[in-house]
Structure formats: C-alpha cells, structure tokens
Design a protein around this ligand. Structure first.
Ligand code: SF4
Ligand code: SF4
Length: 353
C-alpha cells in the first residue's frame, strides 16, 4: 500500500461523519460498505488480511463519488485509498470476475461496451464536415459514440461552428479501467498520438468520466474542457431563445465535486430556462450510482442508488438535465418519472424555437 494511503488511514479519527453521506453505506448498512470501514479493510489488507470476496465487495462497491473525501473533517481520503488499493490488488492479479471481464472487453474492443461497430457511425453524412486539424477537438467517449449517437451528433453540430474537430481514431479514454484498478497506458498513448495528429491544444468532452480521466490521468500536454464550459463561454454566439421550462440539474460526481465544474452547466441552463435545484446539489450532490465500476460490477446496487438520487428531484420540473451520459443512463434506468436529458439537448431545444 502507498505510504500516502497509510497516512490517510491514520488521519481517520473514526468520527463517522462519512457514514452519514456515503450512499452505498446507506443502502448496504455494513460498516465495511462505508468510507470509514473501507479504510479499515484496506489497512487490514496491508497487514496481510486475506483478500476474500467480502474484501472485494467492500472495495469495489465504492462509486468513487468523493463525497466522503469532501466532508472528512480530518482530511482523510477514503476515495483515494480505495482506488489505489484496487490498483495494488490488480497488479498482484487479484480481481473479481467482473473486473477481469471489463478489462478483457475494453482491451479487445478499445471501448467500454465491447462494440465492434465503427465508432463514428453516429456521424453519418457529417463525416465530410470533419476537419483534419484544429485547435479544439471533441472527445466523444464510448457511451456517446455507441449509446447516445443523437447527443454526440447534437454536440458536434454545436461545436463544429466554432471549428472544433474530431480525433481520426478515438478509443476509450481509459476511465473504466483506471477506476477499477487497471492501467490504461495503451489507450492513453493512442489518444495522445491522435490529439497530436490533429494539433489540438484543447480537448472538449461531454462526459464526466472522460473529463476526469483526460484531466487527471493523462500527461498535462493539453487543456481539457467540458462541453458545458465551452458553451458557457460562447453563450452570446449561440443566440439561445428563452423557454418556458423549469428543469433541475444533476451534477456528475467526477465533473462537479471532483473537478469543480459546477457553475458552467448552471450558467447555460439559466440562459435558457428556470433552474430548480435538487435537494443535494453542487459539491454536495448525491451520486447517481453509476461510477467507479459499480454500474458494471453491482448493477442492482447501482440502480438502487439511482432511485435514491431520483427521490431528490424537486416537484414541478419539466426535465432532469445532466452533463454526463453515464448519469443520464443510470438515472433513466433507475426509473425516472421525468425525462432525463443531456445539457446539449436543452441547448438544441432553445435553438430550434
Ligand atoms: S469522516 Fe473522515 S475522520 Fe470521520 S470516520 Fe470518515 S474518514 Fe474517518
Ligand atoms: S467515495 Fe462515495 S461511495 Fe465511496 S466511500 Fe466515499 S462516499 Fe461512499
């Protein structure tokens, strides 16, 4: 275990504040399913505790939402301890079947969904509008390319008017591998070479997971923006019409709390319609349950977490808006009564009027 993680564990004064915010602890209820307990499990592993199925369950049910790190009064980082220990165990060949299968799927297909189809199918005839070089490039992401092609197309249509192009051959950013303990060096090296070919100084993405990974796990060779940040900087060029709608906004953990992109999506929404906040929001927003490999490893738990997030949606709104395809998928499949849409869909509504 890393020295910094041991220090983090010993910073914990066992106050239990993290138990009151961890969405997984609330659902499962065992001490080992909350931040404090996960750190004790991690300490046990560092001292020779057998890595049993219950140890994996403790470590791998964490969505890496970062809320415990945010509220910890002692400055401990349970999220980091969990992520780093997953990595240490994987390096020793210790992983669950779900982790093994996810790794196999991504390394064989270069996307997190195991798709064999062309990653740019969503482009259709737009293929002729893609520039070879540009200062800005739109990183679509696996979910955008394969599960939300309409959102990818809307995003590209919005961005191309500002001379934003695409990578010739984008592959998975590596987020699902890194968050579940694997290295993603090959994917990262491939995407960096693609960015170099395009000559872009800034990569724009519409996914919280891609944003977090491009920003924090790639070498600092280019700037990273979320689509919401780019759009908020170009609001006056977009000529958006005001709509008689009230929406709420769900902050993706890896975009909002973990990377501080909180105001830009709200600025875009407020330029279009009314915003009514969810019960927890901004840096304290509750997790949708989709991240950290929980969606793939523990789908039933993931959907229970989504339902709890949906219970925080305020009354009297027309849409739940989010800026992450994984949040959109999880909240929709969690059984939302209200349509969940991406921020760029709301922008498109305001441009159609
Ligand atoms: S909030 Fe921090 S100090 Fe308190 S129990 Fe959780 S990890 Fe330990
Ligand atoms: S990162 Fe989120 S899910 Fe993981 S222990 Fe902390 S609060 Fe719980």
């Amino acid at each position: 275990m890393l020295e910094s993680d041991i220090r983090s564990i010993f910073k914990c004064v066992r106050c239990g504040a993290c138990r009151s915010v961890c969405p997984v602890f609330e659902e499962i209820g065992w001490e080992s399913s909350g931040a404090r307990g996960r750190m004790l499990v991690a300490l046990g592993v560092s001292q020779g505790l057998d890595v049993s199925s219950s140890v994996f369950e403790s470590l791998n049910t964490c969505t890496t939402c970062g809320l415990c790190r945010q509220i910890c009064p002692a400055g401990a980082d349970p999220t980091g301890v969990v992520e780093n220990l997953r990595h240490q165990l994987v390096l020793k060949g210790k992983m669950t079947d779900s982790q093994f299968n996810l790794h196999k799927k991504i390394t064989s297909s270069s996307n997190s969904l195991g798709e064999v189809l062309d990653r740019k199918m969503w482009l259709g005839e737009r293929i002729n509008e893609v520039g070879k070089t540009a200062d800005y490039v739109y990183f679509v992401g696996c979910l955008g390319a394969y599960r939300y092609p309409e959102i990818a197309a809307l995003t590209f249509d919005l961005l191309k008017q500002f001379d934003v192009t695409l990578l010739p051959y984008e592959v998975c950013c590596g987020s699902p591998l890194i968050r579940t303990g694997f290295d993603a060096d090959d994917l990262i090296a491939h995407n960096i070479e693609q960015i170099r070919i395009v000559g872009a100084h800034t990569v724009i993405t519409g996914c919280a997971g891609c944003y977090n990974t491009l920003k924090n796990d790639y070498p600092k060779m280019f700037d990273v923006m979320h689509v919401s940040e780019f759009l908020s900087e170009h609001l006056s060029d977009l000529k958006l019409k005001r709509l008689e709608l009230t929406v709420t906004y769900h902050d993706g953990c890896h975009l909002g709390r973990c990377n501080g992109v909180l105001e830009a999506p709200r600025e875009v929404i407020k330029a279009i319609c009314n915003l009514k906040e969810m019960k927890t929001n901004g840096e304290n927003a509750r997790c949708c349950g989709g991240g950290g490999g929980v969606r793939s490893g523990y789908p039933a738990l993931s959907l229970l977490l989504a339902k709890k997030r949906l219970a925080e949606v305020p009354e009297g709104i027309d849409y739940i808006v989010t800026s992450c395809p994984l949040c959109l998928k999880n909240l929709t499949e969690g059984g939302s009564d209200t349509d969940v849409i991406d921020l760029v869909e709301l922008v498109a509504f305001a441009m159609e009027q």
